[in-house]
Design a binder for this molecule. Structure first.
Ligand code: HEC
Length: 179
């Protein structure tokens, strides 16, 4: 091999090594993203316990919640909460039927605080977390009103919500102490 050819292949080889090294070091970069901020964390810290611990400030009545329900919920849950499919029914139902029980907020859910929690975190399904806390109180009141659990003027807030007796509250067995 002539000298210029030798120099050329040496340079070519070095370029190749450099190229692979670059590829390798790029692969080894650990992409951990950016640290989450306190305010972003607040969007996830939404847990409300059955005794109401974690309920935010705010209040609302079913009368106020009607408009929210009719604009944000009715497409999937229908005008009186009868639902548009098997799992979108919010009203009525029966836990004592001979066949499969029909579980709804009215027939099944033991705590009204869970209803607030669920709506705030997951509904409306096409735009979760888009309602303000006040709107969640209002629409929670409306769903309870549709179920005949409260009247349309009852004011829901962090205190009154936990005092509501849900129809099926005694329908569960407490197994929290079972080892
Ligand atoms: C785009 C459709 C859609 C919209 C709009 C919507 N939901 Fe839902 N919702 C669903 C579906 C689907 C489920 C069932 C989810 C599941 O089983 O995980 C559900 C479940 C629920 C449940 C629980 C029912 C149960 O017994 O398990 C509640 C309560 C509820 N929605 C309230 C609301 C409220 C209040 C609004 C309006 C603010 C709303 N939803 C808007 C689709 C929707």
């Amino acid at each position: 091999m002539s000298l210029p050819k030798k120099i050329f292949s040496l340079l070519f080889f070095m370029a190749l090594v450099q190229f692979n090294f670059n590829a390798l070091s790029q692969e080894q970069v650990v992409r951990l993203g950016t640290p989450i901020s306190e305010s972003q964390l607040e969007d996830f810290d939404l847990i409300i316990s059955p005794d109401g611990d974690g309920l935010p400030a705010g209040s609302g009545t079913a009368l106020q919640g009607k408009t929210i329900y009719e604009t944000r919920c009715v497409a999937c849950h229908a005008i009186s909460g009868e639902g548009t499919s098997g799992n979108t029914r919010l009203v009525g139902g029966d836990m004592h039927s001979e066949g499969n029980p029909i579980r709804t907020v009215g027939s099944y859910w033991p705590y009204a605080s869970t209803l607030f929690d669920f709506i705030r975190r997951a509904m409306p399904a096409d735009s979760p977390k888009s309602l303000s806390n006040t709107e969640v109180y209002q629409v929670t009141a409306y769903v309870l009103y549709l179920n005949g659990i409260i009247n349309q003027y009852a004011i829901l807030n962090s205190e009154t919500l936990t005092e509501i007796n849900m129809p099926n509250k005694d329908g569960f067995i407490d197994r929290s102490q079972v080892q």
